[in-house]
Design a protein around this ligand. Structure first.
Ligand code: GAF
Length: 395
């Protein structure tokens, strides 16, 4: 799309057709079925999931589709339109984590985690197509895991209800791929509902589907791809997680979720290191902001969550220190152009910003961000309009 123009997500049919056509071309026969799983944005609640706290993501219309059919024996073959390469692996490679590298590790990781959990995983051929951009913080990896998991569960007739799937997909990512992420992204890719945000308690995995009808309120969520190069994102993520776990230990609680917002000052007074205090303050105040946002949405006050979004961003920028200049610039420009609230979404150090705007102002806000980016000499940003879509399902 030209600079400043708001690109609508690709038509829903395309990616599914690409997966089906790719399957037929690679394997010379039609697939037995197609399974889709979405990317996500997180409305609010960042770096709270691995602190046993609260998150509020919703699924995007951008999705990954896996076309698949059973294969004989313990053999898995997967082709991706993105890289154009085909990877095959067998029982040896899924006997222990880490044996399949690269993008196919997400697929092998799901097979490994299913087998670890005692499931008889059918051999399969798979073809993957995706509209979820890679490396933009919209959770393309969880979308792939969720779509592959749905396909294998259905092909094998496995007994694994949707509630049990996020943990298993997270295990694939944590233990097989080796990324120490929380449970949010897999939960969003699997459990979200169209028209709703997913209020998730990451300790109990209890969910409430919160109606999130932007159109009825005359609003839109503009997702701005900051296009910032990811700078040491993996190491920084792991170090934030470690700092939170250490702080919980110092405070004598199982997780930072157990520090109530009302007790925050007392807790901070017991920590002698300023950086640790700021990390704790982010997590504790962010959990409270999720609860406040949920209360507003339950009352139908969508516009009023704006200030909470912006406060979340300030907390990520100043206390958790996970933003970068491109992301801060996008937030500032969106707010200056009239957004009700704006914040970075996802793990940080790049990725996307979301802005809550009047629907008829989305183009103007996008233009304002593009202009500010040009002034600062940044690579042009990308834009999507986000409407809450469903989680993983068979097509
Ligand atoms: C990444 C992780 F994968 C999530 O688990 C979550 O921690 C998020 O960063 C930050 O909220 O997306």
């Amino acid at each position: 799309a030209p600079a400043g123009e708001v690109a609508s997500p690709a038509p829903a049919g395309d990616v599914a057709d690409r997966a089906a056509a790719g399957f037929r071309q690679r394997y010379g026969a039609p697939a037995a079925g197609r399974w889709a799983a979405p990317g996500r944005v997180n409305l609010i609640g960042e770096h709270t999931d691995y602190n046993d706290g609260f998150v509020l993501p919703f699924a995007l219309p951008l999705r990954t589709v896996v076309a698949a059919a059973p294969d004989d024996g313990d053999r898995w073959t997967v082709w991706s339109e993105l890289t154009g390469d085909q990877v095959g692996f067998g029982a040896d490679e899924v006997a222990a984590p880490g044996r399949v590298p690269g993008w196919a590790a997400y697929v092998a990781g799901v097979v490994w985690a299913l087998r670890e959990a005692g499931h008889r995983v059918p051999g399969a051929r798979l073809a993957v197509a995706s509209d979820v951009p890679l490396g933009s913080g919209l959770s393309s990896s969880a979308a792939l895991e969720a779509a592959v998991l749905a396909a294998l569960v259905d092909l094998g007739g496995l007994d694994l209800p949707a509630e049990g799937r996020p943990r298993l997909a997270q295990r694939a990512e944590n233990a097989y791929v080796g990324a120490p992420t929380g449970i949010m992204d897999q939960s969003a890719a699997i459990r979200c509902r169209a028209g709703h945000a997913l209020f998730l308690d990451c300790r109990t995995e209890a969910v409430e589907h919160i109606p999130f009808d932007l159109a009825a309120a005359g609003l839109a969520v503009l997702v701005i791809d900051s296009r910032a190069p990811h700078r040491h994102a993996d190491g920084e993520y792991a170090s934030r997680r470690a700092a939170c776990e250490k702080a919980a230990g110092l405070l004598g609680v199982p997780a930072l979720r157990d520090v109530a917002a009302a007790d925050l000052d007392d807790a901070l007074a017991r920590l002698d290191d300023d950086e640790t205090r700021r990390r704790v303050r982010h997590v504790v105040t962010e959990d409270q902001r999720v609860l406040d946002a949920v209360a507003l949405l339950r009352a139908g006050r969508v516009r009023d969550i704006g200030p909470l979004l912006t406060a979340s961003h300030a907390s990520m920028r100043d206390d958790f220190e996970i933003t970068v200049p491109e992301v801060d610039t996008a937030v500032e420009a969106a707010l200056a152009a009239g957004a009700y609230g704006a914040r970075m979404t996802g793990g940080g150090f790049g990725g996307c910003v979301l802005a809550l705007v009047d629907a008829d102002r989305a183009d103007a806000v996008a233009d304002a961000v593009t202009t500010r980016y040009a002034e600062r000499g940044f690579r042009a940003p990308g834009f999507h309009l986000a409407t809450p879509a469903p989680g993983a399902h068979r097509l």
